[in-house]
Design a protein around this ligand. Structure first.
Ligand code: FES
Length: 254
């Protein structure tokens, strides 16, 4: 089935947005998935034709990223994180709950085609709100079984998110869009780590977190990470002690 004219227009516009048409593959694939709910072989061939690329190039990109679906998926996609932070905060219970509510295993789609869900060991980067999941690429954090129930109920009443009904899922494509680099050097960032000091430990920036005050170490002691034992010792942060002199060997020892 050929792509809708709106999708073809979007892909054509994306092509001229990049110096290399190849760079537009990701957002073009999102455009196809937004329309069809997955990446059909015909849809990817159309993308390849518009971008003037070999179909295998487009297909190779689509199989690299788990966020693209090769098969028709449900209207709403749930991705539940079970990595360490989420696991420690009850992600397994959330997974069990979702499975019993939706009646299909991880990776499956409900019989009514409303939901496709999956648990993933890939951290979603929302550890501060663990346990967390993505629903149609939006984060939902601090999950509890009750919250999950409320969310599923609300989603059941909602149509598939798309450009057509104003629920954009295209923000992901926007996030993936390569911004042209600004000219000139980047201004220093407040988060830029201090440059390593070739003569010793990192220079003291004078910035400290009042919540975690540095321990007062008596002079002559130093902190040391396991396995980082060095030949030098430091009497004070930033200053190197005088190297010890090696005793001269006696002529008789040689
Ligand atoms: S461990 Fe779940 S979001 Fe990071």
């Amino acid at each position: 089935m050929p792509l809708a004219s709106d999708t073809v227009r979007e892909i054509t516009a994306l092509r001229v947005r990049y110096p290399q048409p190849r760079s537009a593959i990701l957002p073009c694939l999102w455009a196809v998935q937004n329309e069809l709910g997955y990446l059909s072989a015909e849809g990817m061939e159309e993308v390849a034709a518009i971008l003037d690329l070999a179909p295998s190039e487009v297909q190779a990109v689509s199989t690299f990223y788990s966020m693209y679906f090769a098969q028709p998926a449900g209207d709403h996609q749930l991705l539940i994180c079970v990595n360490v932070s989420c696991a420690l905060r009850g992600a397994d219970a959330i997974v069990d709950h979702v499975q019993s509510r939706l009646g299909c295993p991880s990776g499956g789609t409900t019989g009514d085609g409303k939901f496709t869900w999956e648990s993933t060991i890939e951290c979603l980067g929302a550890c501060g709100g663990a346990p967390a999941m993505q629903v149609n690429h939006h984060f939902h954090e601090n999950l509890t079984p009750d919250r999950v129930d409320g969310l599923l109920e609300r989603l059941r009443a909602e149509p598939r998110p798309s450009h057509a009904n104003g629920q954009s899922v295209g923000h992901v494509a926007e996030a993936l869009t390569v911004k042209a680099p600004s000219s000139g050097p980047h201004p220093p960032s407040a988060e830029t780590p201090p440059a390593p000091n070739a003569e010793g430990p990192p220079a003291d920036t004078g910035v400290s977190d009042p919540a975690f005050p540095a321990p007062e170490l008596p002079l002559g002691e130093h902190t040391e990470m396991p396995g980082s034992r060095s030949k030098r010792s430091y009497t004070k942060r930033g200053s190197r002690s005088a190297p010890r002199k090696r005793p001269r060997p006696n002529a008789g020892d040689l």
